[in-house]
Design a protein around this ligand. Structure first.
Ligand SMILES: *Cc1c(COP(=O)(O)O)cnc(C)c1O
Length: 426
């Protein structure tokens, strides 16, 4: 086989290549289910573009204030359709997921309000936004408090705890779909829908926001279709399809989106300002490719689960589990293995393959973080990447892969690096 030689040329030993091939054969049936979801979601995207009358003119750009940017405005209408929402903000001025989430939080709370998470502590970078950890300009400085309820030990929702935590002050409920750097599992859209119904049964008019990062297009529906007022995410993760050069989105009710727009630009300016510069075409292309790119990342994650559990490491989710995001966590139980794994992923990259990642402090994170990402778009984690905080239990989070062949190569390179460093044995 040609492929044997080519893997050898990357320094992958035949035994490892054989092991990965055997793992792949075991999980092939999972790929079919993932492809079916991608097919449906791709058609959903195409239909939304057709219904919105996306035209060649939408690919052009505006500058300055960006008034009457039809490409930008239509893309927002396309997002609203895809997410089953009334409206959306999709902007290259939104720098990342944390920025989009911060806009949604600041836009939809006022002094005296409380933000509440029924699913445990939110993602690391949001803790400074909320003011849980010291953060200049945090919501806490503006008189918005924060409260959360831990998940039950089995990972389920603590309905009693949630009931007693929602009060008159509760203005915005934040539900994180994906696990982030925590040890919990990710939630399905169905589970999120149940949680939303429960929260609404206690307080009808509360604003419910879902941190949708890494979850987009992994299922047939999105949380905005089961009652969330806003879903929020990053365009350098799933929905940008690896093509969007930067950006974030918020899709939701007209009211919430207006509030976000007033915060993103300025009160009175709202959605009407914001030049697309050269981004429109890339954002459309990325949106178009996103379902299939997400599927490639999911297939890579399934293979990673099979390979690394075969090597004796606990992997979440399991290869057979239904997935609700693109993340695979591998519990390596040792900091050296985390570093070695990340080095292997970096070596598989098309860009910066010669660089060696090192753990370092990162803005917004409490522990040192190691990140392997040889990316076309800086920091893009829909591209093949691996990262993790250097803290117990030394989980590494594997994600991305713009195509499956590259995801597979990354898995092999990570395992080979662990072998070469004497940290595992076949
Ligand atoms: C990635 C991510 C974010 C936002 O991170 P950015 O790096 O700012 O895009 C927020 N929540 C979750 C769960 C994430 O995975």
């Amino acid at each position: 086989m040609i492929s044997e030689n080519i893997y050898r040329s990357f320094g992958i030993c035949d035994e490892l290549a054989e092991l990965v091939r055997a793992s792949e054969a075991k999980v092939r049936h999972r790929f079919e289910a993932i492809d079916e979801i991608a097919e449906y979601n791709t058609l959903k995207v195409v239909r939304a573009m057709q219904e919105c009358g996306v035209s060649e003119a939408c690919m052009l750009e505006t500058t300055g204030y960006g008034y009457n940017d039809i490409g930008r405005d239509k893309l927002e209408a396309v997002y609203a359709k895809i997410f089953g929402a009334e409206d959306a903000l999709v902007r290259s001025q939104i720098v990342c997921g944390t920025h989009a989430l911060a806009i949604a939080l600041y836009g939809n709370t006022r002094p005296g309000d409380e933000v509440y998470s029924p699913v445990g502590m939110p993602y690391d970078t949001l803790q400074q936004v909320l003011g849980v950890t010291e953060g200049r300009g945090s919501l806490r400085e503006y008189g918005v408090t924060f409260r959360y309820t831990e998940l039950l030990p089995d990972g389920g929702f603590d309905y009693e705890g949630i009931r007693s935590s929602i009060s008159e002050k509760t203005r915005l409920v934040e539900i994180q779909r994906s696990r982030g750097y925590s040890d919990r599992r990710s939630f399905s859209v169905e589970e999120i829908g149940e949680l939303i119904s429960f929260v609404r049964s206690i307080k009808k008019d509360v604003c419910i926001m879902v941190d949708n990062c890494y979850g987009e297009y992994t299922e047939l529906t999105e949380p905005s279709q089961v009652g969330a007022d806003m879903v929020v995410g990053s365009l350098i993760k799933n929905p940008g399809g690896g093509i969007a050069p930067v950006g974030g989105y918020i899709a939701g009710t007209s009211e919430c989106i207006e509030n976000c727009a007033a915060r993103l630009t300025a009160p009175g300016l709202g959605k009407e300002l914001g030049p697309s510069l050269g981004a429109n075409r890339l954002l459309y292309q990325g949106t178009f490719l996103a379902p299939s790119v997400t599927a490639s990342a999911q297939k890579s994650a399934v293979l990673a689960a099979e390979v690394f559990s075969g090597l004796g490491f606990a992997c979440h989710p399991d290869a057979e589990d239904i997935r609700h995001d693109i993340i695979e966590s591998v519990c390596l139980k040792d900091p050296d293995r985390v570093i070695s794994f990340c080095k292997g992923i970096q070596k598989a990259a098309a860009v910066d393959s010669f660089a060696a990642p090192e753990p370092a402090p990162m803005p917004g994170y409490e522990s040192d973080i190691i990140m392997a990402a040889g990316c076309f778009i800086s920091g893009s984690s829909i591209e093949l990447s691996a990262d993790g905080p250097l803290r117990e239990p030394y989980n590494v989070f594997f994600q991305g892969g713009l195509n499956y062949a590259h995801g597979k190569l990354g898995i092999m390179m990570a395992a080979q690096q662990l072998l070469d460093d004497g940290l595992i044995r076949l």
